[in-house]
Design a protein around this ligand. Structure first.
Ligand SMILES: Cc1ncc(COP(=O)(O)O)c(C=O)c1O
Length: 439
């Protein structure tokens, strides 16, 4: 790696100076992030202001399934920039948004007619899915799961299942949000126990007739990349049908091809009523959507859904570029291949039982993760070890992200477009930091 540049007249790097300015200028509540300031990026690589180059296995938190600045995304964006950048979808609509909604309706895994609404962030999509579900059912309660992450706005934060840092100090929370355990066998929660908790909830706390929606991530994202067993999702679908509850799949992190299908719920063969999506939908531009069965999506009154920036035309154009990239570059198949390769590599590193101890290794297609635990063969989470691994990888030129309620999980989200040599180089760095740690 190149040596960091020095600021003229001071024995400090530009990064040192930006870190200080950042900390003075931003609220403490905004996580400081990595001590790296981006200068440019291309596909799976980021260069910082010091000229150092990193391989990006984080994708700015799962946003870059098609990599940084994919040429097809950029072409759509540049063409759109020459025409108009904002008219407001609710005032003067435009074709890229219509075309995108038509395409999302086509790829959403539900039978019958479907409709779409566009917003800007994932949390907004979740909030709108709840509004739509309430309008469609005339009910108010919501069921969510332990370890869930649905966003930082007031209702989405209430639905999120992690106190620090997401909820501490931000109450009181809106009523009517009920939580049951997400099944994670190796953490001692079976599918059976999760179902028992639901049954108890309906007996003791909430009448299922007042529940508008059950919201679940088919693979938990921030909560730790736990894959919901297919049989569990199928039973939930049946339960929802029995009680007239709408099934909402939050695919904000799992969607847009990350798991080798357009949406992770497809692996279970379950049809949701509503799907939320964001993150990789527009390849780095802020865009989110709720897609669902037409009669449900049409329940709110005209004007009840939307927002000034909802479905921004440049973001819609970017999303059309993302879809084109998926269709022409076989990215769903590449996700499955990438996931398989990474899981095999991680399991082979774990078998060596040297260096940092690896616990559970898991994934669905290209959505892969592993845990750092306190001893080889053990199961006790080691969040400090996971953080240290991420810091060492960064030092060695690889960006990875941790997650999990206990902070012990390392998630790997290389772009599905990554060149094979860069994927190998990134995994070599990860392996070195795992088996031969510097600390
Ligand atoms: C499953 C899920 N839902 C909702 C959100 C919130 O999305 P945003 O940060 O765009 O508001 C996230 C973000 O990480 C997520 O992973």
């Amino acid at each position: 790696m190149n040596a960091p540049s020095r600021i003229a007249g001071a024995n400090r790097t530009l990064t040192d100076e930006l870190l200080e300015r950042r900390s003075n200028a931003f609220s403490r509540g905004m996580s400081p992030g990595q001590p790296v300031f981006a200068a440019k990026a291309k596909n799976a690589e980021i260069w910082d202001v010091e000229g150092r180059r990193y391989i990006d296995f984080g994708g700015g938190i799962a946003v870059l399934n098609t990599g940084h600045r994919h040429p097809k995304v950029m072409k759509h964006v540049y063409d759109q920039l020459e025409l108009y950048t904002h008219t407001c979808l609710m005032v003067t609509p435009y074709e890229p948004a219509v075309q995108l909604a038509e395409t999302l309706n086509k790829i959403a895994p539900m039978s019958g007619p479907k409709k779409t609404m566009l917003v800007t962030t994932g949390a907004e999509a979740v909030e709108n899915a709840i509004k739509i579900a309430r309008a469609a059912t005339g009910r108010s309660d919501i069921i969510v799961f332990s370890g869930a992450f649905h966003g930082r706005t007031l209702l989405a934060m209430t639905m999120t299942g992690k106190v620090l840092p997401y909820k501490a100090g931000f109450g009181p929370f809106p009523a009517g949000v009920w939580r049951v355990p997400f099944p994670v066998e190796h953490k001692g929660v079976s599918v059976e126990q999760s179902f028992e908790a639901l049954t108890r909830l309906f007996k003791g706390d909430v009448d299922p007739k007042t529940v508008a929606a059950l919201v679940i991530e088919p693979v938990q994202g921030e909560g730790g990349f736990y894959v919901a067993p297919g049989a569990f999702l199928q039973r939930l679908r049946t339960l929802c049908d029995e009680h007239g509850i709408l099934f909402v799949a939050d695919e904000i992190q799992t969607g847009f091809g990350r798991t080798g299908k357009w949406f992770a719920i497809e692996h279970a063969g379950v049809e949701p009523d509503l799907i939320t999506m964001a993150k990789s939908l527009a390849g780095g531009f802020p865009l989110a959507a709720v897609v669902g069965k037409a009669p449900i999506m049409d329940a709110p009154e005209p004007g009840g859904l939307g927002g000034t920036f909802a479905g921004n035309p440049v973001a819609c154009a970017a999303a059309l570029g993302v879809i084109e990239a998926f269709e022409t570059e076989d990215l769903l198949a590449r996700s499955l291949k990438q996931g398989d390769m990474i899981l095999r590599r991680l399991r082979s590193i774990r078998r060596r039982r040297t260096g940092r101890p690896i616990g559970d290794v898991r994934g669905l297609g290209g959505m892969t993760a592993f845990e750092i635990v306190s001893r080889h063969g053990g199961n006790d989470p080691d969040a400090v070890g996971a953080k240290a691994l991420a810091a060492e990888c960064l030092e060695r030129g690889l960006m990875i992200l941790t997650c999990g309620v206990y902070g012990e999980t390392v998630r790997l989200l290389a772009p599905l477009t990554i060149q094979p040599r860069l994927l190998k180089e990134g995994l070599d760095i990860l392996e070195a930091a795992l088996v031969d740690p510097k600390d």
